[in-house]
Design a protein around this ligand. Structure first.
Ligand SMILES: Cc1ncc(COP(=O)(O)O)c(C=O)c1O
Length: 395
């Protein structure tokens, strides 16, 4: 056997030994407030990102089918060759409106959107560019900055302590001589469920001449009075230089990502960002689902209000059962358990009790802060939440 095959086997064995080997669970029914897992039976789902309950919504599903019937299975091309269709522009106009930006462009995932915007801007920044990133930012942002530094060897990066505004301000002051500063933060931090202090971050960026990029993947459709995201929650909607987000969570749950910003930034992404230049465009069914999801979100507040009631109900229920939870505007409630083995055991036991919730441990979260991450949807009814709470009581 060649060495690399041995390395593959060894790496897998290391994961098994460390209890970090992930066994994929096979769902045999569509995503919803409950589902069925092969080998485990019916479960209440408390770990999906289907915050507005649109992933298997009949209107969204019908829109996806209609789009596919009209446009076919796919684009068979990247955007700039012959892969740009009417439905892309319809969706991108909707996203720009939702984000209060001049324009938007789409990618097959938000991972790709982040890997488009950061490296492209870090390359554009030439010999005086620095990305400044919150320490708990999503892996796609971390990797995108690494890639940006590979592409432009002069580019620098710094990390500020999680949501520590004094640290961010200090970094901005310390690097005043760097012409092109980019501050990047998640809107909602996916493992903590807390939100960025976007009002302060936006003010600091504006005072220090830095561009602000916010990845609002977990915030859009969830936070803010009308679900426009964390910027709306923090009173700075329309003031963020650049937003990225996913279409795979609240906005229909299918797939896809976007960048929303000024016209010229979007144009630069279309001209130069490699995940769009060298990868197929968003297929019709996926875009059709997202377009309908955004239409439902902007039609009225029914789902957002139901989601908020559900989040409040589960948090109060968990608290009254002695669990420590953190309040906040997101739909994510982490329950800190400390040791990774504890979180894994708790999630295993909950599955036996008919509740699907994931335990996260090191290296996904820092050592000693292993947790269960509870995610709530507008699709949950009280009886789903009560069944889940009964299971937590038995833990
Ligand atoms: C903050 C954040 N950004 C980006 C992504 C990636 O999104 P996508 O699944 O569209 O690639 C995620 C998904 O987990 C996320 O939580």
């Amino acid at each position: 056997m060649t060495h690399i095959w041995q390395a593959v086997d060894q790496d897998l064995e290391t994961l098994r030994q460390a209890g970090q080997y992930k066994r994929l669970k096979n769902l045999t029914r569509p995503m919803g407030p409950d589902s069925t897992i092969e080998g485990a039976g019916d479960v209440i789902v408390l770990c999906s990102n289907d915050y507005l309950g649109l992933a298997s919504d009949p209107e969204v599903t019908a829109a996806a089918i209609d789009a596919q019937k009209k446009w076919g299975a796919g684009t068979a091309s990247v955007r700039f060759i012959c892969g740009t269709f009417d439905y892309h522009r319809v969706l991108e106009t909707q996203i720009a409106d939702l984000s209060a930006t001049e324009d938007a462009t789409t990618y097959v995932s938000c991972w790709n959107a982040n890997e488009a915007v950061l490296p492209t801007l870090m390359a554009a920044g030439g010999d005086s560019v620095m990305a400044i990133s919150d320490e708990l930012n999503h892996a796609s942002i971390i990797d995108a900055i690494r890639l940006g530094r590979q592409i432009n060897k002069s580019a620098q990066s710094k990390v500020y302590k999680h949501s520590d505004m004094e640290h961010l301000e200090q970094l901005l002051k310390d690097h005043a001589s760097i012409r092109n500063k980019i501050v990047v933060t998640d809107g909602v931090f996916s493992m903590e469920g807390d939100i960025a202090k976007l009002d302060v971050v936006q003010r600091l960026c504006s005072e220090h001449g830095a561009m602000l990029i916010v990845d609002d993947s977990h915030g859009v459709g969830v936070c803010g009075p009308t679900g426009k995201g964390v910027a709306e929650h923090c009173g700075v909607h329309g003031k963020i230089d650049c937003l990225t987000g996913t279409l795979g969570k609240a906005l229909g749950g299918a797939a896809g990502g976007y960048i929303a910003s000024r016209k010229n930034l979007i144009d630069l992404m279309v001209q130069k960002s490699r995940p769009q230049l060298f990868s197929n465009a968003l297929p019709a069914a996926t875009a059709g689902a997202a377009t309908k999801a955004i239409e439902i979100l902007t039609r009225d507040n029914t789902r957002i209000e139901k989601l908020r009631e559900n989040v409040h109900y589960i948090r109060e229920g968990l608290k009254s059962r002695g669990f420590e939870t953190v309040d906040g505007p997101s739909a994510i409630t982490p329950i800190l358990l400390g040791e990774t083995s504890k979180a894994i055991a708790a999630s295993k036991r909950l599955l036996e009790l008919g509740v699907f919730v994931i335990g996260f441990g090191y290296p996904v979260v820092p050592e000693g802060t292993a947790r269960l991450r509870v995610q709530i949807s507008a699709a949950h009814e009280k009886h789903h939440l009560d069944r889940a709470l009964d299971a937590f009581s038995k833990l």
